[in-house]
Design a protein around this ligand. Sequence first.
Ligand code: HEM
Length: 502
Amino acid sequence: MEFSIFLLVWTLILAWVGRGVVRVVCNIFFHPLRKFPGPNWAKATEWWKTYIEVVKQESMTDVLVRLHKQYGDVVRVGPNELHFANPAAYNEIYSTSARWDKERILYEAFGEDHSSFGLLSYAESKQRKDVLQPLFSRRAILNMQSLVRENMDHLASVLINNNTAGKSSDLLFAFRCYAIDTITNFCFSKSVHALDEPEFAAPIVVAMDASLPTFHLFKHFPLFRKTILGLPPWLAIKASPETAGLTNLQVILGEQVREVSSNPEKLKDTRYPTIYHRLLDKDAHKGNPVPDFTALYEEAQTMMFAGGVTVGDALMTGHFHVLDQPELYKKLQAEVRTVWPDINSPPSFEAFEGLPLLTATIKETLRMSPGACSPLLRVVPPSGATVSGKSIPGGTIVGITSVLVHQSPSIFPVPEKFNPGRWLGDDAKGLEQWLVAFSKGPRSCLGINLAWCELYIAFATMLRRFEMRLDGTKREDLVWRDCFTPYFSGRHLRVWCVPVDE
Ligand code: HEM
């Protein structure tokens, strides 16, 4: 009996190893992508990526830059995955007509499979985005801009208090709090008051930040993800302290969603239409069912990460570069004053849109900010496709990181320099197509109008209401690691924000 169990175990192990060896051999010698260059380990097995991202904890975007230098325009970065370097590939993969599915393993890692962001197919996501789109239209955002203004004024008052107390301010968390208070209010007509927390270390912001590195664990070990997300919160935190950030976030958001779902009437008479009023409105779904609790929760998580982290990161990056260039800073201050002469009467966001240098500075900010830095992986449809002049078989996973487009010297000369002037010259119009921070095509950013509104109002307010000075922050402090969005592991941007009187 003992002998046969021993034999069975060994047979299973050998079968497993044998299967692995056969797969590796097939991937290297017989796979349809075998002619594409790349590291042998990447061609052989998906575990190569696990090794890079989980064990070595390298930023995949840095690795991709290196690989393209070594292997050229197209690199095989997984048995079934190609990465492109030619910026033209961006417009091919993410074009309006290419309605390619999002890639399962990457997108399931977020645990937001039932949200506008996580739904894999174009058709499913369109149905959800059609429901939400009216709230994110330009007109809708113009109508709710007072909410953004209020949050920015609130942020300004906290910065003034910090200055009075003799402290500089952490502008990474400050801007994330600003974006989070805005989006939670827009979702639930109720703020989480992130801006009121000391040092801007609001539980939701800290939880989101701490959960960013978890992303790789969840991506490469789906069983681990399912187990942790399935446990009661107290047990999940005990079992896996490194993912406690995400568990805490789930608790905070779960409470909000439960509250509005059990009493949707509460959202009826708000100053502006809210996201959850819309999501819970039967008529808005045109015959399709109202999303269940899981989908409602996951949509909230999407809104927090998509709407909070990205905006905060862009504002932090832009402010560092502006403050690092005193001449640019002075010019921007003077320009904002032209539409905002009386400090107590801020103009509407449309007035800021007419300012050429501010607009150019925001575009340059979006170019320099890592944003959604990972390649946004898509699956080529069964009929196959041509990308960057190469014939790609159906079922292949493809992507190109926006970082390679934004750092391309042939499009943006001296790409490492923060230079808003590049958006002001005669050739500037042609550059617009290469600003891909919000991605392109049918899965591009739903919140683009809200993001622009938040960026304009925040930049203009900081420039008009404060004399700012870097508190020791250096370029190297802004080092980040690709965790789909960047994880800033260095010292946060700290700035002295001295209020101006008039
Ligand atoms: C500077 C700020 C922002 C940047 C750089 C940004 C960037 C992006 C990018 C690159 C995508 C495509 C992701 C993918 O293909 O997987 C995306 C999608 C999305 N964004 Fe944004 N975003 C920003 C702000 C916002 C805001 C304020 C919201 C509002 C809640 C938002 C909501 C979304 C949603 C719901 C999607 C999913 C769309 C889909 O999958 O079809 N984003 N964003």
